[in-house]
Design a protein. Structure first.
Length: 286
């Protein structure tokens, strides 16, 4: 399933979880990290487990869990607590190196065996730019079956770098954060996984969200994180191909199907070749 909208929901808030179910988000990201105070973490784990167990039908909406960082000392406790609820995937924050992803994958393999689940069925979404070390390590990732996608974050990275601004006077990202965003989408493409754009923090700014989501899709992202239910519909719309795009993609695929030995085809007065076919298939996959 191609995930367009992924909505963060506090792990300890029954009210917000109930509201999020009707948001239309392709996936809910039940959060045990930033939105939960340390003192409330045990209760939040229990709440997330109960929520997962109660919603076993994931055909319309996947349920993922954001655990605490590999360096937190509580990640394994998070996994053990929520895994009986069969989360569709785990969101892994503040990753500094692929070795940390591999370690979590080993944990998941053991837990899947314990619960009688198929090995590899629990996917990973890696937040791959939240530490300086993470940016330097992106070119060391190699394909791993569990990794469903990469996303990027700027808040923790900006704190680590002690920067005082992430955008210039015109609202564009400064170079460092443009770099983090670009490396995320490039690495995702190299791994053959989804590139998920980061959050738009001003949830009251609908126009700004639409503009950013539209730009993200043009730049190669296939989905976007959300922090409020009101952000879901604009994100879904931004990452849903238009009728014109779908018609173009179908005509390209049909043209190549009719001439399987052709390298270049004339379609409506324009020359199209293999890259156009690849793009057309991606549109239809969405």
């Amino acid at each position: 399933m191609m995930l367009r909208s992924l909505l963060f929901v506090p792990g300890d808030s029954e009210r917000k979880q109930t509201k999020a179910v009707d948001s239309g988000a392709d996936a809910l990201l039940l959060d045990l990290e930033d939105s939960v105070a340390a003192a409330h973490l045990p209760a939040a784990r229990q709440r997330v487990r109960e929520f997962l167990t109660a919603r076993s039908d994931r055909s319309q909406q996947q349920l993922w869990v954001r655990v605490n960082a590999p360096s937190s000392g509580t990640l394994l406790q998070d996994l053990v607590a929520v895994f009986p609820g069969a989360p569709d995937g785990i969101v892994l924050p503040k990753v500094s190196a692929p070795a940390e992803v591999a370690e979590v994958s080993h944990y998941l393999t053991a837990l899947e065996a314990r619960e009688g689940r198929a090995v590899g069925s629990t996917r990973l979404l890696v937040i791959a730019t939240e530490t300086p070390q993470a940016l330097l390590a992106l070119n060391t990732y190699s394909p791993q079956a569990r990794i469903a996608g990469l996303t990027w974050g700027s808040e923790d990275l900006s704190a680590a770098l002690a920067v005082t601004r992430k955008a210039d006077d015109h609202g564009a990202l400064t170079f460092t954060f443009q770099l983090a965003r670009s490396l995320c989408v490039i690495t995702s493409a190299a791994l053959g996984v989804q590139a998920i754009d980061g959050v738009y923090t001003d949830f009251r700014d609908a126009a700004g969200l639409k503009r950013e989501a539209d730009e993200a899709r043009k730049d190669g992202f296939s989905g976007k994180l959300a922090i409020h239910p009101d952000q879901v519909a604009p994100i879904n719309a931004a990452f849903q191909p238009s009728t014109a795009e779908i018609e173009w993609a179908r005509s390209v695929v049909a043209a190549f199907a009719a001439a399987p030995d052709a390298g270049v085809i004339n379609l409506d007065g324009k020359m199209i070749d293999k890259p156009h076919w690849v793009q057309a298939r991606r549109i239809l996959d969405r």
